[in-house]
Design a protein around this ligand. Structure first.
Ligand code: NAD
Length: 512
């Protein structure tokens, strides 16, 4: 998708439409000077920004959200052009979800980031206050699949917490981020507080080493590892939101219509290019055949086309190279015993079109059951018991989202409790990433750290503890120098009193 051009010592890449292959714009590949300049500007602007009361910061971030919404049509046009997603998806899954995330965090930021007193159980003569201090500069490095919602939820949370931000959007979808930056500049936000640096891996790497205090990375496992290594070298904290391989367990007592629709939407929305996409279906043998039949009907009914066509459900893939990878996954599965129920091939038309594909009779050794597909390909496997489904679901090194479908809520919750994942959604799909109140993030190879919710907002700060005595203190504390061996029996007796089951305090804590 990228051709390069050099002008006046600067390099530019062409951006192309996934649906037509046509050139739609250009981005600069920014080098060291541009990255350093961006970092300095954001750092300078942050000094004044972090001094503002949180409520004022929240009002101004909400003002930016207003400007985004006022310009929604223009943002949608760009999203559709760059990613080929249907217009309605661009509105609902990008702008609406982002607006909700911004509103909830802005509304609650003052409470969430308010200093709090921690009551001490032993040192009652001391008062401990925990406060949340802006880190300084946050680097946001983002992927192309939700090129507005993902980076700008990080950007706005970082700003609410009092930070400056340098965003490096994906080279495959930077135009919408640049547009959002233009809107930031005309809103009431300090223009320099947010910087957008464009380019690929090299630009991102320069940013990681430019003296930022926190990194929020969303992307693939392989790149996530490199980011983690770089952050470890610099001893900078990072959040890694990486790939997923969401299992969906459909129990014998599931609502079949809802499960079939959830597979269809959860597997093929955004052409399956979502970290929370349904990537493996484990269907109980009692409902296997009717579930397959209904899902097949629904998938065959999906309307695929270029996003400017009216009423499409699915568009094209953002990356052309993904098509050959999907074909290889299908071939491997078929060779190992799977059957293609729908799709399986590239469409005979210009653009990166691959038809929505369902595979049945899949088994755990197939690559499609093990690797992140990140495309319109859903493998379905028959299972005899819930235990079997849970065991196979947990056998992979991913742990982002997972789904359980059952009409028996207690039963579904019991399964959810046994699944190894950052979130488990019962009788719904994708909603975990769009719920502002709760932390989102994976375990195992899906990364670490959380975005959203109380944890997500607080992680944009460092926690600071201030401890002060409540009453005047003597000149020397009993544990300070000089040590006196006569104190040893007293120290042992005190410890026993407090912490063994024989002492009154020890008994109390065990009773509690
Ligand atoms: P990617 O890892 O290829 O790229 C992500 C970003 O990292 C891009 O901006 C890219 O330029 C940058 N990058 C590339 N090399 C780098 C390096 N060496 N150092 C630092 N940055 C570098 O991912 P992608 O293809 O853009 O996105 C798809 C992946 O993202 C999928 O695996 C998907 O599951 C994952 N994802 C995860 C979440 C989540 O919340 N967990 C959300 C969306 C996407």
């Amino acid at each position: 998708m990228i051709a390069s051009e050099h002008a006046h010592g600067r390099t530019f890449w062409d951006c192309t439409s996934p649906a037509s292959g046509e050139r739609i714009g250009q981005i600069e590949v920014m080098g060291r000077n541009r990255v350093t300049q961006a970092v300095e500007r954001a750092r300078h602007a942050q000094r004044a920004w972090c001094e503002l009361p949180i409520k004022e910061r929240a009002q101004r971030v909400l003002g930016f959200c207003d400007v985004l919404i006022e310009n929604a049509e223009e943002l949608v046009d760009l999203l559709v052009l760059e990613t080929s997603k249907p217009r309605l998806e661009a509105i609902s899954n990008e702008i609406l979800v982002l607006a909700d995330l911004i509103h909830w965090h802005a509304t609650h930021a003052a409470d969430i980031l308010k200093p709090r007193e921690e009551r001490l159980h032993l040192l009652k003569h001391r008062k401990s206050t925990i406060s949340y201090v802006p880190r300084g500069l946050v680097a946001v490095i983002s992927p192309w699949n939700y090129p507005l919602m993902l980076p700008f939820s990080d950007v706005t949370l970082a700003a609410l917490a009092g930070n400056g931000i340098v965003l490096k959007p994906s080279e495959h979808a930077s135009l919408v981020a640049l547009k959002a930056k233009e809107l930031w500049d005309v809103s009431n936000m300090p223009a320099d507080l947010l910087q957008v640096v464009t380019g690929g891996a090299e630009t991102a790497s320069l940013l990681l080493n430019a003296g930022v205090q926190k990194v929020s990375f969303t992307g693939s496992v392989d790149v996530g590892r490199k980011v983690a290594e770089q952050c470890a070298k610099n001893l900078v904290e990072c959040v890694l939101e990486l790939g997923g391989k969401a299992p969906m367990i459909v129990c014998a007592d599931a609502d079949l219509e809802r499960a079939a629709r959830a597979i269809t939407w959860g597997g093929f929305a955004n052409m399956g290019q979502a970290c929370v996409s349904v990537e493996r279906v484990f269907a109980h043998t009692a409902i296997y055949e009717p579930l397959l039949e209904r899902t097949r009907e629904l998938v065959l009914g999906l309307r695929q086309g270029a996003p400017e066509d009216v009423d499409i459900d699915v568009g094209a893939l953002v990356l052309e190279r993904r098509i050959a990878q999907l074909e290889a996954l299908v071939a491997d599965a078929v060779e190992k015993g799977a059957t293609v129920m729908t799709g399986g091939t590239r469409l005979a038309r210009p653009g990166n079109f691959f038809s929505p594909t369902l595979l049945k009779d899949c088994s755990p050794e197939m690559r499609v059951m093990q690797e992140e597909v990140f495309g319109p390909l859903v493998p379905i496997m028959r299972v005899d018991t819930d235990d079997e489904a849970i065991k196979i679901a947990n056998s992979l090194p991913f742990g982002l989202s997972s789904y359980v479908f059952s009409k028996n809520t207690k039963h579904a919750e019991a399964i959810a409790g046994r699944l190894e994942a950052g979130s488990v959604v019962i009788n719904d799909v994708h909603s975990d990433i769009a719920t502002p109140e709760v932390p989102f993030g994976g375990i195992k190879l899906s990364g670490y750290g959380k975005v959203h919710g109380i944890e997500g907002l607080r992680s944009m700060c460092y926690t600071k503890h201030i401890s002060v005595n409540r009453t005047p203190l003597p000149g020397r504390s009993p544990f300070w120098f000089p040590y006196n061996t006569k104190d040893i029996p007293r120290a042992l007796a005190g410890m026993r009193l407090l912490f063994t089951r024989h002492g009154p305090f020890g008994r109390l804590s065990r009773w509690l």
